[in-house]
Design a protein around this ligand. Structure first.
Ligand SMILES: [Zn+2]
Length: 108
């Protein structure tokens, strides 16, 4: 688990570059939490993010992503400009960027 995620796991939000948005990770990397200023938080499971990865490789193999008995968690996240997040998963995959709109659409 990276220093960033450790810090996030203690409830410290990452710097998103957007003063109106806080991002944190809970449940030992299993859940991403987004909170826009003045709104209630939404959660996105790491497994949902991983399955919906929009990188070229994952889109080419759509539907082939295996569900492991040991679920994928978030190993690291960092701001991707002002438009979203780059996420590295526990399986080592880090090719995906997620814009804020798609993260909101994947929330539960
Ligand atoms: Zn991918």
């Amino acid at each position: 688990m990276s220093a960033v995620v450790e810090r996030l796991s203690r409830g410290k939000p990452v710097n998103t570059g957007n003063p109106f948005l806080e991002v944190s990770v809970i449940n030992m990397g299993a859940t991403l939490v987004l909170r826009w200023l003045g709104e209630s938080a939404v959660q996105v499971p790491a497994q949902v993010l991983r399955v919906n990865c929009q990188c070229e490789t994952c889109r080419a193999n759509k539907g082939d992503y295996p569900y492991h008995s040991n679920p994928t968690t978030i190993a690291d996240i960092r701001a991707f400009g002002l438009i979203g997040l780059r996420i590295r998963f526990s399986d080592g995959h880090d090719a995906a960027t997620y814009c804020w709109t798609s993260l909101g659409a994947l929330s539960v």
